[in-house]
Design a protein around this ligand. Structure first.
Ligand code: MN3
Length: 209
């Protein structure tokens, strides 16, 4: 299969003023597209051409060593951005079921947000911050580069189902927020798609074609 850029489920200006139109446009059409192009190129001549992106990222340990890193980086770049776009929306609310689970593992919603912001702010360099679910426990983790918690412990250093995620690469915020990563992180709370988070939490919808 040839991996293709998923259509955004909203317009580029939909997340204004929190995430700006120009950043969203470049991020989706240039950055995400480049990961996909590089992935399609890297997969040529391999036995992994028929795998969906979901299956591919869980089988990276089977990729030959000389191609593993380039496929890991670009398959990760593809699925991470697909998850990210679907995880953004304005005007959704945290559902009681997920709220209860966050409160169980982080004591309160405000403490959860504080821990998430701290993890995002202290992550050095490029990567992602995640709320993940492993069995019935929620935790906050960061991954480097384009690693994804679904890649597993051996590849990403962590395993879990992504519930919410935030891109920490400078390309995700530099145009609007320059070096002020904290302002971008705080703006994120206005555009978290809590409906999508609930779908993933209840295991209904975290796979992509
Ligand atoms: Mn990005």
């Amino acid at each position: 299969m040839i991996h293709i850029l998923p259509v955004l489920p909203y317009s580029y200006e939909f997340l204004e003023p929190y995430f700006d139109k120009e950043t969203m446009f470049i991020h989706h059409t240039k950055h995400h597209q480049t990961y996909i192009n590089n992935l399609n190129t890297a997969l040529k001549g391999t036995n992994f051409l028929n795998l969906s992106i979901n299956d591919l990222i869980t089988q990276l340990d089977k990729v030959s060593f000389d191609k593993r890193k380039i496929i890991q980086n670009n398959a990760g770049g593809h699925i991470n951005h697909s998850l990210f776009w679907q995880g953004l929306k304005v005007g959704t609310n945290l559902s009681p079921i997920l709220k209860k689970s966050i409160e169980k593992d982080f004591n309160s919603i405000s403490n959860f947000k504080k821990k998430f912001e701290e993890a995002a702010l202290s992550h050095f360099g490029s990567g992602w911050v995640w709320l993940i679910k492993n069995n019935s426990t929620l935790s906050i983790v960061t991954t480097v580069n384009q690693d994804n918690p679904l890649m597993g412990q051996n590849i990403a250093g962590v395993f879990g189902i992504p519930i919410i995620s935030l891109d920490l690469w400078e390309h995700a915020y530099y145009l609007k927020y320059q070096n002020q990563r904290i302002n971008y992180i705080k703006a994120f709370w206005n555009v978290v798609n809590w409906d999508e988070a609930l779908n993933r939490f209840t295991n209904k919808n975290y796979f992509f074609n």
